[in-house]
Structures are given as C-alpha cells and as structure tokens.
Design a protein around this ligand. Sequence first.
Ligand SMILES: C[S@@+](CC[C@H](N)C(=O)[O-])C[C@H]1O[C@@H](n2cnc3c(N)ncnc32)[C@H](O)[C@@H]1O
Length: 262
Amino acid sequence: MRRILLFGGNAAIAAYLDVLHCCCDVHGVREDDGVAEVFFDGDLPPLGEHRVTAQDLPPEVAGDRRTGLEADVAIRVSDRILVRPPWVGTPAGFLGLEIVVPRGMAFGSGEHGSTQAALLALDELWPSPPPARALDVGTGSGVLARFLQLRGAGSVSACDVEEPAVAAARLLLGDSDVRLGGPDRFAPERFDLVVANLDARQLATAWEELLARVTPAGTLVVSGLRPAEQRAFEGRMQSEPIVRRERLGYVALGWGLGGTGA
Ligand SMILES: C[S@@+](CC[C@H](N)C(=O)[O-])C[C@H]1O[C@@H](n2cnc3c(N)ncnc32)[C@H](O)[C@@H]1O
C-alpha cells in the first residue's frame, strides 16, 4: 500500500481525490486544511491540470502496525444514517440505519459528497409505502442499493459499467439482480424508484434511458452534480425537484414524476 501527502487548495484536493477514488483502491484519507494523507493501492493518476502536488511518504516504520484502515471511521451522513466498513464499530448511542460497506475497488465507501447527498435525498423523499421495485444506476460498491434494501424496497436491482463494481455490489446485495452495463440493460422494465449517482456528463448521456426506467408515477433521484450544473438538469424536467440536498460540494435532486414529470 502507498501513502502520499497531497498539497493544494481544499477544492483542488477534493477534485483530485475524486480522480483517485475512480482510478485506485483508496483505503483511507485523512484531510486537514490544505493537505490530505492518502492510503491507496495502484498507480498515481497524472496530476495534469489539478493544482495539487504529491509527496510519497516512506513505508511505515517497523513496529507501527498501521495499514491505512485505521484511518477509517464511521461516516455519520445524518442522525438517521451511518456508513461504515465492517472493521469499524458502531458509534455509541447510534440507533439509526447502518450501511456496512467493505472498502474495495468500487466507488462508494460513503465518504464522497455525492453519495451522502444521494442518501439524504433518498431518505427525505422515501415513499410510503416503499417502492415495490427500485433500481440503482452506477451502483459502485452497492452502497445506495443497500440503503434501498434496508429501507424496505420490495426488490432492488442495480447496474454499473465497471466489472469490479458489479462484483462488489453482487457480494453486498445478495440475491439482487446486478447487471454489467447502463440502465438500458433493464429495458423495457420500469421501476417505482430509480437513483443514479453519476457525474454531469454521464447523467446527460444516460438521461433518456434513466427516465424510461421510471414508472409514470415513480420517483427519480440523481446525484453527482456540482451546484453550477444543477440548473441544466432541473431544466430537463417539467417540474421542480421535490428534494434538493447538497453535501461537500455535490448536489442531489429528486423528483416525484406522478403526473408532472418528464
Ligand atoms: C460516482 S460513482 C457512484 C457509486 C455509488 N452509487 C455511490 O453513490 O457511492 C458512479 C458509478 O457509476 C458507474 N457508471 C458511470 N456511468 C454509468 C452508466 N452510464 N451506467 C451505469 N453505471 C455507470 C461508474 O462505473 C461508477 O461505479
């Protein structure tokens, strides 16, 4: 496992960490103002135009049993939702819903603002009764699909274009139907709730397929947008989002399509 220090502005570090999360197996990150210590496996992606510098740190000294996993903590998304890896205990007194996700090659440990914003939006607009059929597009580790299961969706399906993500999600989600590919892999099926945490470009490409997967009275949640990008997506719908949640510079939007949607 490699250990590096990243230096730069907080926004530049956050943007570069996004790239690292996608390209490498990130085991842990400790962030402080203007610096981040990162534990990971893989090759460092080019720094390119990111305004960060990286410094390799020597391996841990003998006798220090740190592996990087010690940097992991339970992530309290809200008073009601917690995401943690299996090797981190439940914080004392927490009585809400716990999503236990082992860290691996797939995106979705719960650290990222886009994951947290999606969880907050889903929690806020969770339909009653729960959706009979739900779909998570771009499932990564399966973290959002696991939330859908825990909140009582009748059946949960998921897809991702990356094979390691599909493998990770299948492990996490048990009997769920997890497919390699985009939302078109489920055509012509429709779901009462569809969630997709993708970046703006990926969302734009997948948009028509996403809408086509939602039942006419269903619920759509998208996350992964930067605040400056959300207007363009709001404009794609005939109605205002019923939920908008922002976390760590990422926005999630949710629509109830019943009678007013796409
Ligand atoms: C930002 S991660 C989200 C992971 C997880 N759902 C979460 O919320 O933490 C986006 C995932 O979407 C996948 N992806 C990108 N474009 C996709 C598409 N058109 N269809 C399905 N998956 C896609 C990527 O491989 C990646 O695993």
